[in-house]
Design a protein around this ligand. Structure first.
Ligand code: MF3
Ligand code: CO
Length: 259
């Protein structure tokens, strides 16, 4: 069941997603060699609570933390740990969610730790571009398959592969609502996009094969071939005539990284 949101509800969703963006910016400032992923989690939890919201991942189906922090071959849902220390050349996906005023925020960004190889830099850039190509399809009258098709086409054009086991989703009072938003698919297929729908588009793109392994911690998903993966996530509202209304702001994150 797809819940359409009123303009007022979309503004609350925007507030949540801007807080997620600000949290990711704050985390991004601390992404450095020598920092543990648990330290990043503490920073995020403190930041979210001090802004009057709650971390929505914490306790979700028993999830133990505020962030999912996934390093290199880890694709998503990495559990923060004092033992996981970032090092120069790593890439790290930070996925963050909030709950405030009855609605959720959910976005993710993959950061470079210090200097990364140009090969890995390209994976980050192409994955972010794939997200933007998907977002450009998020307009009334299109279908969910148009989004996945655009993401997949861009990733595969560069020789990368698209994870199938995990998908994007509707966002609202719950973090995971209908419809599912795959990062692959055929143009013109799937649910019709309508004004008031809010969806999370979150490509998970592997440098090597698309096969994944679910780790025995019950959460972490990694590439089977141990090659790196990247992950970026936007929350987007579908408008009647205008283009996609992106509720997430990567600008605040990228400005924070420049300083
Ligand atoms: N943010 C993830 C998603 O985009 C969900 C995180 S799983 C959780 O769907 F358990 F950590 F919440
Ligand atoms: Co999500």
């Amino acid at each position: 069941m797809i819940y359409l949101k009123t303009d007022e509800e979309i503004e609350i969703l925007r507030e949540n997603n801007l807080l997620v963006s600000a949290t990711l910016a704050e985390v991004g400032r601390h992404v450095k060699a020598g920092v543990s992923t648990l330290e990043l989690d503490r920073i995020a939890e403190e930041f979210i609570r001090s802004h009057g919201a709650e971390p929505s991942f914490l306790g979700y189906e028993g999830y133990p933390n505020t962030l999912c922090v996934s390093v290199n071959e880890q694709i998503v849902h990495g559990i923060p740990s004092a033992k996981t220390i970032l090092k120069d050349g790593d890439i790290v996906s930070v996925d963050c969610g909030t709950f405030m005023k009855g609605f959720c925020g959910d976005s993710a960004y993959t950061f470079a730790v210090g200097q990364i190889s140009s090969e890995w830099e390209k994976l980050l850039n192409v994955t972010k571009e794939a997200l933007y190509k998907g977002v450009a399809q998020a307009k009334a009258g299109n279908r969910i398959g148009d989004i996945g098709n655009a993401v997949q086409e861009h990733a595969e054009k560069h020789g990368y592969s698209v994870v199938r086991e995990l998908v994007g989703h509707g966002l609202g009072r719950k973090m995971h609502e209908d419809p599912q938003v795959p990062n692959y698919g055929a143009r013109g297929r799937g649910p019709l996009l309508k004004k008031g729908m809010v969806i999370c588009i979150e490509p998970m793109i592997n440098m090597g094969s698309r096969e994944v392994v679910f780790e025995r911690d019950g959460w972490t998903v990694r590439t089977r071939d141990h090659k790196p993966a990247a992950h970026f996530e936007f929350a987007v509202a579908i408008t009647e005539h205008g283009g996609p209304d992106v509720l997430t702001d990567f600008g605040i994150i990228e400005r924070a990284l420049k300083n």
